[in-house]
Write a protein that binds this ligand. Structure first.
Ligand code: ATP
Ligand code: MG
Ligand code: MG
Length: 348
């Protein structure tokens, strides 16, 4: 089979590689960390810095197609790869890597994010709180994940007491939501778009904890409008592969939170819970193959993340025949680190 290149070495890359292997592809991972858990299941591994243009060109020359599992891959070296068959969507990455760009882009397409304002210094922050109000959340515009790089601001006094980091920031009004959900779609190279069922997602301390499918009725009501926006995003970016948008379900309808131009943690339930997983459909899409069905393989599904230091009892999890245990092979368990997940299928 041909070789698929994966930029990034974490669990998402590992799961893409496992799906690719099933379809007869070999994978070559490119990541800066030497202990890549994606590389463990791949044929080849290049450990080199993101800005090592020579290493990246050599990597790309080995691949029939290149994708990524890490959305903060620097865009410049990708653009420099020029004619290499690249499904790494420099434009999708550029849009999603910066929360300000992302919100402006989605607003132009008719989406509704929380009120927001860019913040570069204390005066900007005071003005933003004046205009938008408190409570709110101050976030770094770039590089945040799992709630890292975020400060909750209850009052203007909270803001005044903050020691602002020397990086571009964005202030967002706090959204009163009754639930969170995600839209995960896959767009084929022929423009065919398939949506997975939307999971209702619960976060703890900014980290995804639980995804349930089907989502409750009051969330399902908001899915069509959210899908319409996600479809427009995919179309506007001429996107190929799996794309995720996160939403807050509010009494005024869906409020856009953020997008991820990649496979997503809130779609891990699709490995056993959908006819075709998000990982397989992503591989099919980037390899120019027809997409697989996205309907449910069970009546309901629950996916729980195993977060570091929670001392999960794996034997007890496996003793329940409804459970599917996934462990990512990360050595050290640290608080807040995603070590694995469990998917429970309810068949009847
Ligand atoms: P991810 O790991 O999903 O990329 P992230 O670090 O990019 O996370 P966000 O998705 O921006 O972080 O925020 C994490 C969580 O914090 C959200 O899922 C939500 O629960 C809460 N949150 C973020 N922004 C807001 C907001 N404006 N109003 C209310 N809650 C929010
Ligand atoms: Mg994010
Ligand atoms: Mg998020």
């Amino acid at each position: 089979g041909e070789t698929i290149g994966i930029l990034g070495g974490g669990q998402l890359g590992r799961m893409i590689a496992m799906a690719a292997a099933q379809l007869g592809y070999r994978c070559h991972v490119y990541a800066p960390e030497p202990d890549s858990i994606a590389a463990e299941v791949c044929a080849r591994f290049t450990c080199a810095a993101w800005d090592d243009a020579e290493a990246m060109a050599e990597f790309a020359a080995d691949c029939a197609v290149v994708t990524y599992e890490f959305e903060n891959v620097p865009v410049e070296p990708l653009k420099a790869l020029g004619a290499t068959p690249l499904l790494a969507h420099a434009r999708a990455l550029e849009t999603a890597q910066d929360r300000l760009n992302e919100k402006q882009f989605v607003t132009k397409l008719g989406g509704r994010p929380a009120p927001f304002a860019p913040v570069d210094n204390a005066q900007d922050l005071a003005a933003a709180i004046d205009a938008i109000g408190a409570p709110g959340i101050l976030k770094t515009r770039r590089d945040g994940y799992d709630g890292k790089g975020q400060w909750r601001i209850r009052t203007p006094e909270d803001a005044a007491a903050l020691d602002l980091p020397q990086t571009a920031l964005i202030y967002e009004g706090f959204v009163t939501f009754f639930a969170e959900f995600s839209v995960i779609l896959c767009r084929g190279s022929d423009g065919d778009v398939r949506f997975f069922d939307s999971a209702c997602n619960v976060h703890e301390a900014g980290i995804l904890s639980l995804s349930t499918v089907p989502a409750p009725a009051e969330v399902l009501e908001q899915v069509p409008a959210a899908r319409e926006l996600a479809g427009k995003v995919a179309e506007a970016l001429d996107y190929v592969g799996v794309l995720t948008l996160e939403f807050f379900a509010t009494v005024e309808g869906p409020v856009f939170n953020e997008m991820a131009p990649r496979v997503h943690n809130s779609g891990h339930w699709t490995i056993e819970g959908a006819v075709t997983s998000q990982f397989e459909n992503h591989v099919r899409a980037i390899c120019g193959l027809p997409l697989g069905g996205t309907s449910l393989a069970a009546r309901s599904i629950e996916m729980r993340n195993l977060i570091g230091d929670e001392a999960d009892d794996w034997a007890a999890i496996l003793a329940n025949p409804a459970n599917h245990l996934h462990l990512y092979g990360k050595g050290a368990s640290r608080p807040g680190r995603k070590m694995g997940h469990v998917t429970r299928l309810i068949l009847d």
